[in-house]
Design a protein around this ligand. Sequence first.
Ligand code: ZN
Length: 113
Amino acid sequence: MHELAITQDMLNLVLEQAEKAGAKEVGEINLVIGEMTGVVEDCVQFYFNFLSKGTIAERAALSFTMVPTTARCRVCDKPFELKEFDWACPYCQGNSMEIIAGKELFVESIEVE
Ligand SMILES: [Zn+2]
């Protein structure tokens, strides 16, 4: 259910930016979502349709860029896509790693008219 709050925050930010730009309408909203956030595109789209009614973002198209969970091995220093429940480096089988991508959640850009 946390998509509702996330979508509301995202919409507030978009409207604020659009207002600053003196926009009449928001055409497109580009979102970057990391896999680790667990945010589901369909849910965001659903809440967005509901929340944006009556705002200048009402007809905006949402575009999603999903970022896979990526880790870097602390042993061999190679980056790799981290699969769920598979916490070992595919190159050296080491299990010491740091997450370098996958926690993203932000509005990358918006297009306004
Ligand atoms: Zn490794």
